[in-house]
Ligand binder design. Structure first.
Ligand SMILES: [Fe+2]
Length: 279
């Protein structure tokens, strides 16, 4: 394993960096745009996204699908997402393996699911509906979590794998989220990586977090820590040089700082697979 596939090394597209990106055209292979920020036609965000798209590949990443909820899928949201995809032509569309609300209430958080056969069937059916509607396979991302359901009868990685197999969807593997959840729940992050099927992983996320001693909070507001870089190295060895992207959602630093972090990801991949990564 270990061929260079996919888009390379990307960054999350953030408002603070719009001007710098358009003016300096930085060495970023691609950008991940948060779908919900660009659903209103004619807005300023869409103006910038169009311009970024003219120069870079873009993928769309959502937080509103609520694929695990027992509420019906939000058709208005899906329709807007489809229109955005027709306009932007993203390399792919992703969202999270979670639920964000129930009974019409939005919790504005990515909540974990019970890992049961019944939930696998429920989620896989909804993913198939979404994929049929969008006319493409989607990527599901593993979320970080702080609590677990007593009803769970399998590991998170078994659950994720089975949902993706039944729905025939792909995986966005968040390496930091695996690290955070492994610490919070006391499992081995390498067991997680080894339990995920290589051929379904299309993208990886890297991010920073807040270590509180007894638990870790997934804040996305700091630099990536060494143990997460080490786990990324292990992920590269298993999955190859999958498209990788750095997520910074708070305390957004100047673009140059994130470019340095992205170079670190490139160097780690180059070290793992010499001569396969564009220097
Ligand atoms: Fe993520």
């Amino acid at each position: 394993m270990g061929t260079l596939t996919g888009l390379g090394f990307g960054l999350g597209l953030r408002t603070d960096h719009y001007q710098a990106i358009l003016e300096s055209k930085p060495r970023v292979d691609w950008f991940e745009a948060l779908s919900e920020n660009y659903l209103i036609p004619g807005g300023k965000p869409l103006y910038f996204l169009d311009r970024v798209r003219a120069n870079y590949p873009v993928v769309l990443h959502g937080v509103s699908l609520s694929i695990g909820s027992s509420d019906p899928l939000d058709e208005t949201y899906l329709q807007s997402l489809k229109q955005l995809a027709q306009r932007i032509e993203p390399a792919w569309i992703s969202d999270h393996l979670c639920w964000t609300g129930v009974a019409g209430k939005n919790l504005h958080d990515l909540m974990p699911l019970p890992y049961t056969e019944e939930v696998i069937e429920h989620v896989a059916g909804r993913v198939r509906q979404v994929q049929d509607f969008l006319g493409r396979r989607i990527l599901l991302e593993n979320v970080s979590s702080y609590v677990e359901f007593r009803q769970s009868c399998m590991s998170e990685w078994e659950f994720l794998t089975e949902v993706c197999r039944r729905a025939d969807c792909l995986i966005l593997l968040d390496v930091n989220n695996i690290y955070v959840s492994a610490f919070n729940h006391g499992f081995d992050a390498l067991d997680y990586l080894n339990g995920i099927p290589v051929d379904r992983v299309r993208q990886m996320h890297l991010a920073g977090h807040d270590h509180c001693g007894t638990h870790i909070i997934d804040t996305h507001d700091a630099a990536i820590v060494d143990p997460v870089w080490s786990l990324y190295k292990a992920a590269l060895r298993r999955f190859g040089v999958v498209s990788t992207m750095i997520e910074r959602d708070d305390h957004i630093p100047p673009l140059a700082e994130l470019l340095l972090e992205l170079d670190q990801a490139r160097s780690i991949a180059e070290e793992a697979f010499p001569n396969q990564v564009a220097a």
